[in-house]
Design a protein around this ligand. Structure first.
Ligand code: V47
Length: 380
């Protein structure tokens, strides 16, 4: 056993490659790509988790964030036909749907009665829906729910609908902002490495275009999240490359709020033959993300993907956020997820408290929310 002292408990590992990394973490020094690889390659999950927890507690103490949100997926019609996806459909096949605007606005009110603070709006790349449909959708939501934050459109949707509307990325983002969009989710990043991307999502924008769109979003004042889809055909190098590229952009823009590793769900996709991720992979992914992404304020362990049990444990392995009530999740449930489609606020609080953490309800911009039965207030 090798060890070094710390004020809580000693750091211990039986993998000598982790010792220089532990020293860097103690000195708050940036980790290199080689360090990232060593973290992925070690089987000493407790040591990696211990290090990630140091960083997590340094940044957030015992606080663990959650929110009360609702997902709205206006359409599942998509021209991309990504091998990774079980949600998208061609427009005239059974199961394809596109909500009329009234229907989407109605969906926003259905489900739990707890006042939601965020609508998370993403969907397919519909070949016929114009950008104006989505702008009307956002305007209508803004008008009907002026207090609810609109987090909408992945970088992939922005690029697709911009091209269709013959607008630049910047013009499109500005139009979205004018229509009421306040921030953007992190989807569509998948894995930036072209070798992998060309297999799992060959019709999507490439990794550089995703990063460039995020850069412009941050420049026009929209905060965003970032994701990484792991557990399919990528390797350790691809994952490190993805994290390091995100970290470099964050150094420039400071526009990312949180990073969300998404575990691949193979059921009903063209990659159905692949196994699902294991608990070790999921927990390690959270921990490595916390350690490499030193300039990301938050690491989210999205309970829908991780399962509530793994999300809860990951609060001690680097994560400080478990996402929200969600209410009606479609993307992973089409891909075989067996988690509930939504959780209640009190369920999230229980998960966090039983992990020994302090629940803090946040809005999308990580401001504290206080509420009574039917309404909420955001601390600004
Ligand atoms: O981009 C699609 C992933 C993402 C599958 O920003 C799949 O707060 C696993 O980005 N198995 C969309 N994953 C979801 C997303 C997200 C979710 C929660 C919170 C936030 C946020 C963002 O879902 C897609 C893709 O990477 N995905 N199909 C699948 N079969």
């Amino acid at each position: 056993m090798f060890g070094s002292e710390n004020k809580h408990r000693p750091f211990q590992t039986d993998d000598p490659r982790l010792l220089p990394i532990a020293d860097k973490v103690a000195r708050q020094e940036r980790l290199t790509s080689e360090d990232g690889l060593a973290l992925y390659q070690t089987s000493d999950i407790l040591a990696v988790g211990w290090l990630a927890n140091q960083v997590r507690e340094r940044m957030h103490g015992d606080v663990a964030y959650f929110n009360v949100n609702r997902h709205i997926n206006p359409t599942n019609v998509c021209v991309a036909a990504c091998r990774l996806c079980a949600f998208g459909r061609r427009k005239d096949v059974p199961g394809a749907y596109t909500m009329a605007l009234e229907e989407a606005w109605r969906a926003a009110t259905s489900g739990y009665t707890e006042a939601v603070t965020e609508f998370h709006i993403v969907g397919g790349l519909h070949p016929d829906l114009p950008l104006e449909y989505f702008l009307d959708l956002f305007r209508g939501l803004r008008e009907r729910f002026p207090k609810v934050h609109l987090k909408a459109f992945t970088m992939v949707e922005v690029a697709f609908f911009a091209k269709r509307a013959k607008l630049s990325i910047r013009e499109t983002l500005l139009k979205m902002k004018e229509a009421g969009v306040q921030s953007m989710p992190g989807g569509g990043a998948e894995i930036f490495a072209e070798r992998v991307r060309s297999i799992i999502c060959d019709h999507k924008i490439d990794g550089n275009e995703w990063l460039e769109t995020a850069r412009i979003a941050h420049e026009v004042g929209l905060k965003s999240n970032a994701t990484m889809l792991y557990g399919h055909i990528e390797n350790d190098e691809d994952r490190v490359d993805h994290l390091v590229k995100l970290r470099a952009l964050q150094d420039e823009t400071h526009g990312f709020q949180c990073f969300i590793p998404l575990s691949f769900h193979p059921a009903n996709t063209m990659l159905e033959h692949l196994p699902t991720t294991t608990g070790m992979q999921d927990i390690k992914q959270i921990a490595v993300s916390r350690l490499v992404l030193d300039n990301f304020p938050h690491i989210k362990s999205y309970w829908q993907m991780m399962t509530p049990k793994v999300a809860q444990i990951s609060l001690c392995f680097g994560a400080d956020d478990i996402d929200g009530t969600v209410v009606e999740e479609k993307i992973y449930h089409d891909a075989g997820a067996t988690t509930p489609q939504g959780l209640r606020r009190h369920d999230l609080i229980r998960l966090i408290k039983e992990a020994g953490r302090e629940p803090l309800e946040r809005d999308t911009l990580y401001r504290r929310v206080t509420r009574d039965e039917t309404s909420f207030t955001v601390a600004v």
